[in-house]
Design a protein around this ligand. Sequence first.
Ligand SMILES: Nc1ncnc2c1ncn2[C@@H]1O[C@H](COP(=O)(O)OP(=O)(O)OP(=O)(O)O)[C@@H](O)[C@H]1O
Ligand SMILES: CC(C)(CO)[C@@H](O)C(=O)NCCC(=O)O
Ligand SMILES: [K+]
Length: 242
Amino acid sequence: MLWLDLGNTRLKYWLTDDIGQIVAHDAKQHLQAPAELLMGLTDRFERYAPDFIGISSVLGDALNAKVSETLSRLNIPFEFVHVDAAHALMKSAYNDQQLGCDRWLQMLGAVDKKKRQCVIGCGTAVTIDLIDHAEHLGGYIFPSIYLQRESLFSGTKQITISNGTFDSVSQGMTTQDAVHRGILLSIVGAVNEISRRHPNFEVIMTGGDAATISQHVNRPVRLRDDLLLNGLARYFDYRNKP
Ligand SMILES: Nc1ncnc2c1ncn2[C@@H]1O[C@H](COP(=O)(O)OP(=O)(O)OP(=O)(O)O)[C@@H](O)[C@H]1O
Ligand SMILES: CC(C)(CO)[C@@H](O)C(=O)NCCC(=O)O
Ligand SMILES: [K+]
């Protein structure tokens, strides 16, 4: 199988064998040209001869159409995931016309009907979702630490910070520190507040910035990098059952 995750920043793929083991995977910045990037990967994909392609995309209809066009040339059946708020594995109270496919799949990949869970995706946006015994209660969307920094950079005259590390949530004494620490605190503070309101929810984090953020959270955090892939596998596994 070939699994694709078309996010706002990166395209990720995983090739798996018949027992679900990953035989190849990668993540690449697509710079809003995912179809062109895929074109360059087709040789690689053909070598593994997957029998099916399952796709998560948050890129919208126009880019998805271009991706479809590129994938059609491979002569391998492919299918985009559609969010289903009434899925057998997890019910959702969220507007399913709007809920991002990556968010939903991350939850589907984590959901456990015996648990209360808080699933946090740390990618281009940070998403925080609450699930109570396989019922999605809703959530929150924040700009990532990098998007927040870009918005300060572009919206102010005196803040010219465009690089530096996010490594502390103590007060800063320079613009550089105040910006990085303020931004990190905005996410960490929100996570701590949500976990304070929901003390018996297991906190699970995934995505590129999960390690940076989790370090400052005052509760044990389970880091998982396989949630979206696991969600894709669960989704198509259910789809293929009568
Ligand atoms: N200016 C930057 N400098 C360094 N890293 C950055 C910068 N902007 C973004 N990033 C990294 O890019 C990541 C966003 O994509 P990533 O693939 O890690 O997460 P994701 O959940 O897959 O995101 P998406 O699916 O939205 O592409 C951020 O988590 C961050 O680590
Ligand atoms: C929130 C992001 C950007 C996270 O990748 C994505 O899931 C998305 O575009 N969602 C649509 C908005 C929503 O989930 O309500
Ligand atoms: K947008």
